[in-house]
Write a protein that binds this ligand. Sequence first.
Ligand SMILES: [Zn+2]
Ligand SMILES: [Zn+2]
Length: 358
Amino acid sequence: MASNLSFVLNKPNDVTFEERPVPKLQSPHDVLVAVNYTGICGSDVHYWQHGAIGHFVVKDPMVLGHESAGTVVEVGAAVTTLRPGDRVALEPGYPCRRCANCLAGRYNLCPDMVFAATPPIDGTLTGFWVAPADFCYRLPDGVSLQEGALIEPLAVAVHIVRQARVQPGQSVVVMGAGPVGLLCAAVARAFGASKVVSVDIVQSKLDFARSFAATHTYLSQRVPAEENARRIVAEAELGAGADAVIDASGAEPSIQASLHVVKVGGTYVQGGMGKADINFPIMALCLKEVTARGSFRYGSGDYKLAIELVATGKIDVKRLINGVVAFKDAEEAFKKVKEGQVIKILIAGPNEKVDQSS
Ligand SMILES: [Zn+2]
Ligand SMILES: [Zn+2]
């Protein structure tokens, strides 16, 4: 069989390639998938740099990666929905299916979640991946495997925008124009928002946001949060404030501005992850009766909708891909993401030939 070369994080800033045994199906409901492309997430970079995110600490060597698409090569005896040769987007977290959260349809909050590249679970930067068939989503003919690798961050954005309950005709402010912020802006447009304002501290990111999905942009200034909020409302003509504000930055000043830019009775969703504790304008939350929600990963129907949005041409995720590197150059790709040189860069699977000109 082909290579199961894997990209392993030993400890912060120490990665190696390891030829590991090809995994075996663990249940008749599993499928074996050859990984074709994997995107790099901020969380992967964070583990690579720091070895931990919150209470998730890398203690033993761990394979990185969780934003992948691949090709089914083997199916378990009970699998009826997939066949060898099917191209699939991999949803990389597997809940217990039995706890109260799972049974309530909120499986992303399962306490026993087994999630790729969240210690101690290995990730998808590997040759072959075993997954339950119902967490592998077949890509329609018009959706490429490279686009398939973008379904994971798009599903994150779908979940966030669903948490914001965005309705047609509404105004939405999105703090942060990184990959997830850009995708939130695009999903909000697809949900019918008539105004979508992207906010960031980097002008070039805003220029891209404007060409990608945002109807308005605002370059955040070093002024008090209330003043940034006042300028956003004035420049984007949001009247009494935004119907919904999404934070996809995790940055304290953005979160503070969010509570001042949202309208009375509006909705605020925390998608970005930054510092664990911040100075939060809780009086604004109270006086405006703002509905505030968190958003974590993705749940029922989010992957399905993400694929629909790409398949129907409503969101062109290809535009976020700045390049594809061969598996042996995985560490280079991580450096580019860390230095902010790219929006998304894909790492080809170890068995994938890469056209270096693309
Ligand atoms: Zn991710
Ligand atoms: Zn569960």
